[in-house]
Ligand binder design. Structure first.
Ligand code: HEC
Length: 95
């Protein structure tokens, strides 16, 4: 019984470690991607102040040619959906 509990404890700890480090990774890459956006956008321009779901939606729409663009379509195509989500999460939470 005790060894079984110990095994579970290890699995739970490992899951927590993996989960928390992947959250941290999303945070860091979101921030790093955002620095590239600031060469054209300031934090206040172009609606980078949109709420997270709207920002994600806009970026995904650019990527898949669902939103009219001169350049954002090409920029969005450079990122995975997960990276677009990460940058939207970072930008959407800037105060
Ligand atoms: C080379 C300049 C440039 C860079 C870099 C850039 N953008 Fe844009 N962005 C634009 C332009 C120009 C538009 C207007 C749409 C178009 O013509 O492509 C736009 C539009 C947008 C919009 C739509 C705003 C709205 O009101 O609908 C969002 C959201 C956005 N950009 C987010 C980003 C994010 C996030 C990044 C970084 C990954 C980024 N942009 C990088 C130039 C840029």
């Amino acid at each position: 019984m005790k060894t079984l509990f110990n095994k579970f404890k290890k699995i739970i700890m490992l899951t927590l470690i993996i989960f928390s480090s992947s959250l941290a990774a999303a945070d860091v890459s979101g921030k790093m991607i955002a620095y590239g956006c600031f060469s054209c956008h300031t934090e206040k321009s172009f609606n980078l102040k949109l709420p997270v779901p709207k920002l994600t939606q806009a970026l995904i729409a650019f990527k898949y040619n669902k939103k009219q663009a001169t350049i954002m379509d090409r920029i969005a195509k450079g990122y995975t959906d997960a990276e677009l989500n990460a940058v939207a999460t970072y930008l959407g939470n800037l105060k």
